[in-house]
Ligand binder design. Structure first.
Ligand SMILES: Cc1cc2nc3c(=O)[nH]c(=O)nc-3n(C[C@H](O)[C@H](O)[C@H](O)COP(=O)(O)OP(=O)(O)OC[C@H]3O[C@@H](n4cnc5c(N)ncnc54)[C@H](O)[C@@H]3O)c2cc1C
Length: 489
């Protein structure tokens, strides 16, 4: 490190955010930029601690102390090479990763961790600005054709790796845009779509072919796919949302979070949405069911759409402020977290079970009937939910957004037609080479591991690519990825 005592001299500082009162009037990114001095100070906080737990905490195995050292010495060009050696898309993870690397940072045992994620973002942005991120075309093309189904971060990572290995890649995407949840789900204020498109352009110049508006299983049948391609990579995501099948679920104004978020992203892409098809929070009392990140994305979106009142409710208790004894470093901390949207407005409440949705005379949702719950230990010491007698109450609502996660990938159509096996959770089952029960059909990302994170999707796509390359060629020069370890829940 350029300053071995940097961690003693400088405190953790994140990249400054735009004022919340200003940023809610647009959809632009919330974070601004560091000055070169701030980048130097923050990267100098890395202790180069000998056993870099951060490196293991990152599902991609990012070489974090190495790039921190390069940044603290001002060697940005070398830093992006180091970053790209393990991560195809640091400009995405540098913005929206919950940064398991920072939870594992050794400095965080008794101090604030190094701002690894923001150093990553800064390296990527400096690299793109200076033209260091160029298309990397393979020198030699193989005669092998690979179909990638789904263009989310898993499919994109697999496509880029396999294309660079020289294979002929076609990415099929049923949406009108490429990027999966990066483009259609995650709001613009967290990840501006020009950042996604910039990377897609690079991949197109490298020779990856994208076919949008192509629903594999419908527009192109599974047998045609099998005939035309030497290998298939199933990267279709976990698209089936968890529902809340209670009385009143079908009322007007009760929607899944993804239906809501994707419409706002369509509007920002200047796509025409029929007024009766748009879901807007403008002038409404909004209730978000689900206390996670998707719920927070709905909150930030509803604030920007000028909702009157927003509450995000969660059935589980509010997490503790600090790590519990059974949740030590370097594991992912199960603590109370706030997203940037929570700084902008809205309320949060916990231990709430929604019993039913009540309508007005026109079939529109008017309120939620709820009850408070507590979580007690049963005879086997498992936490079980118990309703608190007499704690019933109601919440006024004109718009209800169900943000309770996703259960599994869509089985009907392609997956059932291919006759792939599923695991207990309904995800596509694969061996440790990421191959399904059918030879030549591989899988990665949320379709295989269940709803997860962008960083896991990229790691899984990279690993899948290497295994497909070995399947086709008998060997591979693509880098291996450390074993995927599911974060503690
Ligand atoms: C609202 C929201 C916000 C999130 N925010 C974050 C965040 O801040 N940070 C983070 O790390 N993670 C976040 N996540 C999770 C993250 O986005 C996912 O884990 C990640 O995108 C999964 O990548 P994937 O490539 O496996 O699948 P997806 O991104 O889901 O992409 C799959 C793609 O496959 C396409 N597809 C499916 N079936 C077919 C077919 N038959 N033919 C053609 N195309 C098909 C789909 O249309 C989709 O575009 C968020 C998720 C949601 C829903």
């Amino acid at each position: 490190m350029s300053d071995p005592l940097g961690f003693k001299k400088f405190n953790r500082k994140t990249i400054p955010k735009r004022k919340s009162t200003l940023r809610v009037s647009d959809w632009k990114e919330i974070y601004t930029k560091w000055t070169p001095k701030q980048s130097y100070e923050q990267s100098s906080r890395c202790m180069d601690c000998g056993i870099p737990f951060c490196n293991n905490g990152c599902p991609l195995g990012n070489l974090i102390p190495e790039f921190n050292d390069l940044v603290s010495n001002g060697n940005w060009e070398e830093a992006i090479i180091r970053l790209h050696s393990t991560n195809n898309f640091p400009e995405f993870t540098g913005r929206i990763c919950p940064a398991p690397c920072e939870s594992a940072c050794t400095l965080s045992i008794n101090n604030d961790p190094v701002t690894i994620e923001m150093i990553e973002k800064t390296i990527s942005e400096i690299a793109w600005k200076n033209g260091w991120v160029k298309p990397e075309k393979p020198k030699v093309r193989s005669n092998k054709k690979i179909a990638i189904v789904g263009s989310g971060p898993a499919g994109l990572a697999a496509a880029q790796q396999l294309n660079r290995a020289g294979h002929n890649i076609t990415v099929f995407e049923r949406n009108e845009v490429v990027g999966g949840l990066l483009s259609i789900g995650i709001p613009e204020f967290k990840l501006e779509k020009k950042i996604v498109n910039r990377r897609i352009d690079q991949m197109k110049k490298e020779g990856v072919k994208f076919l949008v508006n192509t629903n594999v299983g419908i527009d192109i049948k599974h047998d045609e796919l099998l005939k035309k391609f030497d290998a298939i990579c199933l990267a279709g995501g976990a698209t089936i949302p968890r529902d809340l099948p209670i009385e009143g679920r079908n009322l007007n104004g009760v929607h899944f979070a993804m239906d809501y978020l994707s419409k706002q992203n369509s509007i920002l892409r200047n796509e025409k949405i029929k007024p009766n098809n748009h879901i807007s929070a403008k002038d409404k009392n909004v209730v978000i069911i689900g206390g996670g990140d998707t719920g927070a994305d709905c909150l930030g979106t509803a604030i920007r759409q000028n909702a009157v009142n927003i509450i995000q409710i969660e059935i589980l208790p509010r997490p503790p402020i600090e790590r519990n004894e059974n949740n030590p470093w370097p594991h992912w901390p199960m603590i109370f977290k706030s997203s940037t949207a929570h700084e902008e407005g809205g309320e949060r409440d916990y231990n709430i079970l929604t019993k039913k949705f009540i309508s007005d005379s026109d079939g529109n949702v008017k309120k939620l009937e709820c009850i408070r719950v507590e979580w007690i230990n049963d005879s086997k010491n498992n936490k079980v939910m118990k309703e608190i007698k007499g704690s019933n109450f109601s919440i006024m609502a004109d718009l209800v957004l169900i943000a309770m996660g996703f259960t599994n990938p869509q089985h009907e159509g392609l997956l059932n037609d291919l006759k792939v096996n599923y695991d207990k959770r309904g995800n596509v089952k694969a061996d440790n080479k990421m191959q399904s029960n059918i030879e030549g059909i591989f899988t990665c990302g949320d379709m295989h591991q269940g709803q997860s994170l962008v960083v896991h999707a990229i790691a899984s796509g990279r690993k899948c690519a290497r295994n497909i390359d070995i399947f086709l060629e008998g060997e591979s020069n693509l880098p291996s990825v450390q074993e995927y370890i599911r974060p503690m829940k």
